[in-house]
Design a protein around this ligand. Structure first.
Ligand code: NAD
Ligand code: DAU
Length: 351
């Protein structure tokens, strides 16, 4: 099988490529990535010489490039990880999120349709459901929870999901969607809570916790997410003609407040709690996410393999063991390399 993975130089897409290259040496993986500030070729350095892997630099909304790529490669499957993924950035630059997450997905859908792709899998997020109250632990997101996104990021992801379902129902494109909770693990860009706190704590810098730190997320180790997406690709059900295709919630069954997470990280790193600094809250900050992943369990017997204790220990250890990966990001050196190799990139960002 030939699989197009978009956004494979990012955190989850990169981990997914590592996982797939090792598990399915007979399949070919083509990684299409625009190498925005969040894309880092060092993340896929370990697989770059694998005979069943290749990289293409490009934007998922570039119709001309995609036409040529799809025509040449004749993909069986498309897995769309490519996205602008950071909520805070969506608050300051919503237009970019619409361009990549909505328009980009629509262009990919057109290409998938034109080229008779056997499966289009959209990697979505639990944030499309909005948030849950802190004091109703009995409430969880199911696949039937109405879409109610809060931020420009989650609104753009929800829009993409609607387009994916519409292409399933209207044109009979075989589509599936997964909606996952917060991931953590190796290669995550240090703008997101866990890698940001690890990086700053390792350098004895203040840890900026938004508001009172009481917001709750449902944390999942990234390899569990990769395994779940792989399971959906192999066993998930695209819709029958006239149906939109199945949606699968993926979660860690592991709710924790931000403050709890930061305390655990400080304890592992043996750093003092007075590094914590409470800062102005995020605008429109979602209170709580919690996934009911019962459908993944019922349909495929899938459940997370890592508990938080094991996953977070492995994650902290990875950041300790890979100071060059981190240093290249913090210094901006990785952007320089990308610029030299590929010319101007779409957006620059610092940490
Ligand atoms: P990331 O920001 O680490 O990586 C995104 C990748 O997409 C980068 O390599 C970037 O260069 C690439 N990209 C951005 N715009 C592009 C474009 N126009 N064309 C081609 N490539 C482009 O993101 P992530 O955390 O790995 O998230 C991957 C996907 O998973 C996203 O769709 C996100 O919405 C979803 N998701 C993330 C989480 C999470 O906790 N991180 C949870 C659930 C779902
Ligand atoms: O739920 C899935 C989503 O999880 C994904 O779709 C997104 O791509 C991903 O970025 C993530 O979104 P969050 O907004 O939940 O993740 P983030 O790491 O930005 O923040 C997690 C929590 O930590 C959130 O409540 C805000 C808080 N936070 C975050 C940062 C960066 C802080 O308190 N301080 C910070 O500096």
């Amino acid at each position: 099988m030939k699989i197009l993975v978009t956004g494979g130089a990012g955190f989850i897409g990169g981990n997914f490529i590592h996982y797939m290259i090792e598990k399915y040496p007979q399949d070919v993986i083509v990684n299409l990535d625009a190498l925005t500030y969040a894309g880092n070729l060092e993340t896929v350095e370990p697989v770059k010489n694998a005979p069943n892997y290749r990289f293409t630099h490009g934007d998922i909304s570039d119709r001309i490039l995609l036409k040529e790529l799809f025509g040449r490669e004749k993909f069986d499957i498309v897995v769309n990880f490519a996205a602008e993924s950071h909520v805070d950035r969506s608050i300051t630059n919503p237009g970019l999120f619409v361009q990549t997450n909505v328009i980009g997905t629509q262009v990919l859908l057109d290409m998938a349709l034109e080229h008779g792709i056997k499966r289009f899998h959209q990697v979505s997020t639990d944030e499309v459901y909005g948030d849950l109250p802190l004091d109703r632990k009995d409430l969880l997101f199911t696949e039937d929870t109405p879409l109610c996104p809060s931020s420009p990021y989650s609104a753009s992801k929800a829009s993409a999901d609607l387009l994916v379902m519409a292409y399933g129902r209207t044109y009979g494109l075989p589509v599936t969607i997964s909606r996952c909770s917060n991931n953590y693990g190796p290669y995550q860009f240090p703008e997101k809570l866990i890698p940001l706190m690890i990086t700053r704590a390792m350098n004895d810098q203040p840890l900026p916790v938004y508001g009172k730190g009481i917001n709750v997320r449902d944390w999942l180790y990234v390899l569990d997410h990769c395994e779940a997406v792989d399971t959906i690709l192999r066993q998930g059900k695209p819709g029958e003609p006239g149906e939109p295709g199945e949606i699968y919630n993926i979660g860690g069954n592991n709710e924790m407040s931000n403050l709890e997470v930061v305390h655990i990280l400080l304890d592992i790193l043996q750093k003092p709690r007075d590094l914590i600094t409470f800062v102005t809250d995020r605008k429109g900050h979602d209170l709580r996410y919690a996934i009911n992943a019962g459908k993944m369990k019922k349909d495929f017997g899938w459940s997370p393999g890592y508990n938080f204790e094991r996953g977070i220990a492995a994650t902290v250890q990875w950041y300790k063991n890979n100071p060059e990966w981190l240093e290249n990001i913090l210094s901006g050196r990785y952007l320089k390399y990308i610029e030299e190799q590929y010319g101007a990139i779409t957006e620059k960002g610092g940490v």
